[in-house]
Design a protein around this ligand. Structure first.
Ligand code: FAD
Length: 495
């Protein structure tokens, strides 16, 4: 009898370990489904799932993870997972910010579904993490999923590693994740059936996917900079022409590679001597450059147009940026050489070999983007009401506020916005505020986001919760007045 139990525990441990160690999105979902089947766990029981999993998987390594997640789940804001038990949430997009919001909503006890249009996590590009983000991820057990997470002074992670660990944590806390499902639009509840009929649903691709029959109370757009949700006007910040190049080279993890110094963007922007020497020696003219050693050797740089023309990367000079950077105006071979040469100079020729890593399309991982224009949504949330049903709609991450890549603000501000949004969902689910008070509070907090830096947010990371007061020292939750957000309460009946 005892032996059988031991065997069972060891099998559960092995199945869980396979899940924790999975290195791809598909592999993770497959290992999760085998784990649930073999241990007879029901992943659609979102409220009971985490405790059933915990009871079934008891080996030492998992215990460490449970201790961390239990600590997080004990925040008073979650009310022991009973704060939002009746709330059904859809998150559009399985990027870092979508998953981060999903985890918080699940801890509040909500039913959470994430849809992601792809089934691979293939972005080698590396995100800079602010100290609070590292703290946050460590507290969610990041190191259990990715042993190398922020070792030593390292403060960055590849986008795909981050997505992978957050996917795993989301599954553990009972989030339902569907890949290869693309959001198309929100569908209004039908007119004739009132509150008993279907509520707010979604048009998705593939159209016959089971999610199309789900009703939702909350929709969160976390689908990146090209967000598809209606009702959010976008503000455009147009700077002078800025052309970014990202490049990823294979990291063979040799001692020689490990010795090469990283280049933090913030420090380098002001180093004029370096850029002058670079230009003199190579003809490459940059405004800034960042180098992070992660799964790959990752470089991001802002290049001046004239040097791209001089080096034959851009073939013809056009005024319209879209035409300037269109595929047929870019010499790919010259771009590969340009980025490699800049990387070589930037690292003082210390990297033994600069072989390009391969991207999602099977091509050398180099890309050139225009970020002359950066977008921000004018508002962070809105409330729609139609035929007796309400839906709270919000944006997080790049959909809400596009980051300035070289400064690496994407994930840090993205997570802050995810917490703020979840805070709003909690107030709404608990009926604590009327629509205009709710929306004006959210917009007031959103005003702080573009001004946040690693230095001006609260330093007491251990106290951070979804409550904005724990994170923003100068919080004013009522600077936007309720009458200023009337247009965000869209009441179909009144229309
Ligand atoms: P994203 O990471 O963009 O995730 C959005 C997710 O939504 C994606 O997985 C996408 O497949 C999915 N999606 C989109 N539309 C739909 C839909 N209709 N239905 C379902 N799913 C959908 N930041 C840096 O700091 N440095 C960089 O070098 C850098 N490079 C980048 C390169 C690329 C190609 C991209 C897209 C972004 C880059 N960023 C970079 C930005 C950085 O990735 C984000 O700030 C960070 O990932 C947080 O973003 P997010 O979760 O809001 O959105």
């Amino acid at each position: 009898m005892g032996e059988t139990e031991d065997e069972r525990a060891s099998q559960a441990g092995q199945l869980f370990e396979n899940f924790v160690q999975a290195t791809t999105c598909k592999g993770t979902l497959q290992a999760f489904s085998i784990l649930c089947r073999q241990l007879e766990l029901n992943p659609s029981d979102h409220r009971g799932f985490y405790s059933s999993l915990k009871a079934a998987v008891t080996y030492w390594k998992a215990q460490g993870l449970w201790a961390k997640l239990d600590k997080r789940a004990s925040h008073k804001e979650y009310n022991k997972g009973k704060a939002c038990t009746e709330t059904r949430c859809l998150i559009i997009g399985g990027g870092p910010c979508g998953f981060r919001a999903a985890i918080e909503l699940a801890l509040l006890g909500a039913k959470v579904v994430v849809i992601e249009k792809r089934d691979t996590f293939s972005r080698n590009n590396v995100l800079h993490l602010w100290p609070y983000t590292i703290h946050d991820l460590r507290n969610l057990g990041a190191k259990k999923f990715y042993g190398k997470f922020c070792a030593g002074s390292i403060d960055h992670i590849s986008i795909r590693q981050l997505q992978l660990m957050l996917l795993k944590i989301a599954l553990i806390v009972g989030v339902e994740v569907h890949v290869n499902v693309e959001f198309v639009k929100l569908l209004e509840p039908p007119e004739d059936q009132g509150t008993d009929g279907p509520g707010w649903r979604t048009e998705i691709r593939p159209a016959d996917h089971l999610i199309s029959d789900y009703d939702f109370d909350v929709i969160i757009g976390a689908d990146g900079r090209r967000s598809t949700l209606d009702g959010f006007k976008r503000k455009e910040f147009r700077g002078k022409l800025a052309i970014a190049i990202t490049a990823n080279f294979v990291n063979r993890n040799t001692t020689a590679e490990a010795k090469v110094e990283e280049i933090s963007g913030v420090a380098f922007i002001f180093n004029q001597k370096f850029f002058l020497e670079l230009r003199e020696e190579t003809g490459i003219d940059l405004e800034n450059i960042v180098y992070y050693r992660d799964n790959t050797h990752y470089f991001v740089m802002t290049a001046k147009k004239q040097s791209l023309l001089d080096k034959g990367v851009i073939i013809n000079d056009y005024i319209e940026t879209e035409r300037l950077l269109s595929n047929d105006n870019v010499n790919q071979e010259a771009l590969l050489s340009y980025a490699r040469e800049a990387a070589d100079f930037g690292t003082n020729y210390q990297l033994p070999s600069l072989d390009y890593a391969i991207n999602h399309y099977g091509q050398p991982d180099v890309a050139m983007f225009d970020f002359t224009c950066m977008y921000a949504s004018e508002n962070a949330a809105l409330l729609r009401e139609k035929n007796g049903h309400q839906v709270l709609v919000a944006l997080v991450g790049d959909s809400l506020l596009e980051p300035f890549w070289p400064m690496g603000t994407g994930c840090a501000r993205g997570f802050l916005a995810a917490f703020d949004t979840v805070w709003m969902v909690k107030s709404w689910a608990q009926g604590l505020k009327g629509p205009l008070d709710l929306l004006s509070e959210r917009e007031s907090i959103y005003r702080l986001l573009p001004q946040t830096t690693a230095e001006n947010i609260s330093k007491n990371f251990e106290q951070y919760t979804i409550d904005p007061a724990t994170r923003y020292p100068n919080l004013n939750s009522s600077c936007v007045r309720p009458h200023q957000v009337r247009h965000l309460y869209i009441n179909g009946e009144q229309d």
